[in-house]
Design a protein around this ligand. Structure first.
Ligand SMILES: [Zn+2]
Length: 591
């Protein structure tokens, strides 16, 4: 389908940002020529000057954001159009000029007297910036000299090589062979591997699994070296910035207390029985003597697809999210009617789905809608992001509107879980019920258990290097394999391939990132629980969280919604919910 053939009501109203490309270009030129911040260098110790700097860079940032979002969205509407590719390149140049111009800020602020910084936190003129200044104070012990900072900046590109090399291998050089698929010989790809692993043809799954891992294992020495290099990089940076460990550095960057990380690992480990039981159920239902990892993605219940057209799916979702109240539902309707959402798949359009925010206007959502259940969950997911952005922008000043990655997946998952529970409560068809329970179990397993397992592995790998032990292909596979055995138990075959899985996980090149997926779904499950149990008071608290942007550290913001990740309670609740879902599933399946 061509973009011009899409009904206006199914296209996002990008003109709510800029009425035309001409306006964009004019605004861009004006902004580019107005960059002038370096004269503030050396003067931030004066309150008036500092406040002026904050306000001016805010105003600059607002326009820059609008320009960037417009360029990004235009490009995604049809990625083949070179005009918008050029727009994005221009945005890159603008960002880089801006960041060079304000490069002095971080180091100068960090060196300012602590009493002065503390006085700013209490000063109501600086209330838009209090949290930002608090984090500067927190990081003070990790400030290094200007000379050292320069040296690390110079080394920066070199330090990124491990990640880039992995990317090159994973996207270009990995020797993936051909596989027969739908009667044709095609090259095995990451996408096709995923499709085959979810499909019923077991022989094909086995073939794809073996071929896929064979390709990675053929590069095991290289991939050991790139991963080892990346871990050493993290350890080097944590030492350079005077942290006790690379984990401590990663957690402070996100402003999250280590107790949260420990609670996650401890609670998941204390409750692995139910995960192993689910794996064992899988083997029984599939009826295999031996079950392999290529058997863990296929659905255990035959398709109970709900094939709704976009408008029906949207209405269904609004009903499903009724526990969030009428105001929330009205906003969902507003988004539908007022051009927030780009619905249809068209030629050249970017694939997948996302939500994007922009100060001064409503959020936007990109979809490529297909009438199936997964896509209905995608609408709920992306509208969760969109309304989180909406509430935070509305209630916070620009400087605090953007929420942190740690909480980014909470609102989207709340919507998914609420919708799923609505469907479960209303499912008349037993098969649909089974399907939904299986869907929920797999979602929790992949977002909570699997990501925690990853977190445990990367923690161990970093600890080994910190203790001065080398990372070899043997000990990496041993560590990964042992953790896998502990998580999944003995009802699945732990072959050599699966002990090599660490080699193919791109997120391992962003150390200590994956645990946030687990804490995100745990927080969401707790919020949904409170909303369904307590009703309006819990919804009110949840709205406080949605409206909080980055006004404080993310763990404190979640407390607004009644989730305290510094205690074990929310983790235990999530674990219990997995177990109860499993009990119900077993009962329906007659196990
Ligand atoms: Zn998301």
């Amino acid at each position: 389908m061509e973009r011009k053939d899409v009904l206006a009501k199914n296209k996002w109203k990008i003109e709510d940002i800029y009425s035309s490309d001409d306006v964009w270009e004019k605004t861009y030129d004006e902004l580019f020529n107005s960059i002038e911040f370096s004269h503030y260098a050396g003067k931030l110790g004066n309150k008036e000057t500092l406040l002026k700097f904050f306000k001016e860079t805010d105003e600059f940032g607002k326009v820059l954001e609008r320009l960037a979002v417009y360029a990004h969205m235009r490009h995604d509407e049809d990625t083949r159009i070179s005009k918008y590719q050029a727009y994005n390149a221009k945005i890159g140049a603008l960002y880089s000029k801006f960041s060079t111009e304000i490069a002095f800020f971080d180091s100068e602020m960090a060196k300012l007297d602590e009493n002065y910084l503390n006085s700013l936190v209490l000063d109501k003129d600086f209330s838009d910036y209090d949290y930002q200044i608090k984090t500067i104070i927190k990081r003070k012990p990790h400030v290094i000299s200007e000379e050292q900072e320069k040296l690390i900046a110079l080394a920066g590109e070199t330090l990124d090589t491990f990640y880039e090399t992995f990317g090159m291998i994973d996207n270009a050089d990995l020797p993936l062979p051909e596989i027969e698929y739908n009667g044709k010989n095609v090259k095995l790809s990451h996408g096709l591997y995923g499709i085959i692993l979810h499909a019923d043809d077991r022989e094909k799954r086995k073939e794809a699994y073996e071929k896929y891992y064979k390709a990675y294992i053929s590069l095991i020495n290289t991939l050991t070296s790139t991963y080892h290099g990346n871990v050493k990089k993290g350890v080097f940076l944590s030492k350079a910035y005077k942290y006790d460990s690379s984990l401590e550095r990663a957690l402070l960057n996100e402003d999250v207390d280590k107790i949260v990380y420990d609670n996650l690992l401890n609670c998941v480990n204390d409750n692995l029985d139910s995960l192993r039981r689910y794996i064992s159920d899988r083997k029984k239902i599939l009826g295999y003597d031996k079950m392999y990892f290529y058997d863990t993605y296929v659905s255990l219940v035959e398709d109970a697809e709900l094939k709704l057209e976009y408008n029906e799916a949207y209405e269904y979702m609004i009903n499903g999210l009724a526990p969030l109240g009428k105001d929330y539902q009205d906003l969902l309707r507003k988004g539908y009617a007022e051009g927030w959402i780009d619905v249809e798949e068209t030629d050249g359009k970017r694939s997948g789905a996302y939500s994007i925010g922009c100060n001064g206007t409503h959020p936007f959502v990109l979809l490529n809608y297909k009438p199936n259940m997964n896509n209905m969950f995608t609408i709920a997911h992306e509208m969760g992001h969109a309304l989180h952005t909406y509430f935070s922008s509305k209630n916070q000043p620009y400087a605090k509107a953007d929420y942190k990655i740690f909480v980014a997946e909470v609102a989207s998952t709340v919507n998914e879980v609420l919708l799923l529970k609505h469907m479960l409560a209303n499912a008349k068809d037993e098969n649909l019920k089974k399907y939904l329970l299986n869907y929920y179990l797999d979602t929790i397993r992949l977002t909570l258990h699997r990501q925690t397992m990853f977190a445990e592995f990367e923690y161990e790998a970093h600890s080994m290097v910190e203790r001065g032990e080398p990372l070899t292909k043997e000990n990496l596979c041993q560590v990964y394999g042992d953790i896998g055995k502990k998580y999944y138990g003995s009802d699945i075959e732990h072959d050599y391939n699966i002990s090599c899985e660490w080699m193919r996980i791109p997120h391992f090149y962003r150390a200590f990132y994956v645990y946030k997926y687990a804490t995100g779904i745990i927080s969401a499950m707790n919020i949904v629980n409170k909303i369904l149990k307590e009703g309006e008071p819990a919804v009110k608290n949840y709205f406080k969280f949605l409206s909080s942007g980055s006004s404080s550290d993310p763990v404190s913001l979640l407390k607004l919604a009644g989730v305290d990740l510094t205690t074990k309670e929310p983790f235990d609740l999530a674990m219990r919910e997995f177990e109860e879902t499993l009990n119900e599933f077993e009962k329906l399946m007659g196990i």
